[in-house]
Design a protein around this ligand. Structure first.
Ligand SMILES: [Zn+2]
Length: 81
């Protein structure tokens, strides 16, 4: 009888661990938009990829620029010329 009670308690413990594990897995991807967002390489502001211009540097490094930073770079370029 004691062994049966222990076995049931053990099974319940495993079930509770599985349920908590699944809850933790569901909570982990808190922001599904994270896949579609990138940080601007200049101001480090997190924006949606559609709002950023991406440039590949050296064949592997990807740089992202937001509109605000591009405008600032354009203004700086005009001042120099
Ligand atoms: Zn920026």
């Amino acid at each position: 009888m004691i062994i049966t009670t222990l076995a049931i308690a053990f099974i319940l413990f495993i079930v509770v661990m599985i349920v908590f594990g699944k809850v933790a897995m569901f909570q982990r991807p808190a922001d599904p938009n994270d896949v579609f967002t990138e940080k601007c390489s200049v101001c480090h502001e997190k924006l949606h990829k559609s709002l950023l211009i991406e440039r590949q540097i050296g064949g592997y490094k990807m740089l992202y620029f937001c509109k605000k930073c591009i405008d600032e770079l354009t203004v700086a370029g005009k001042k120099l010329s």
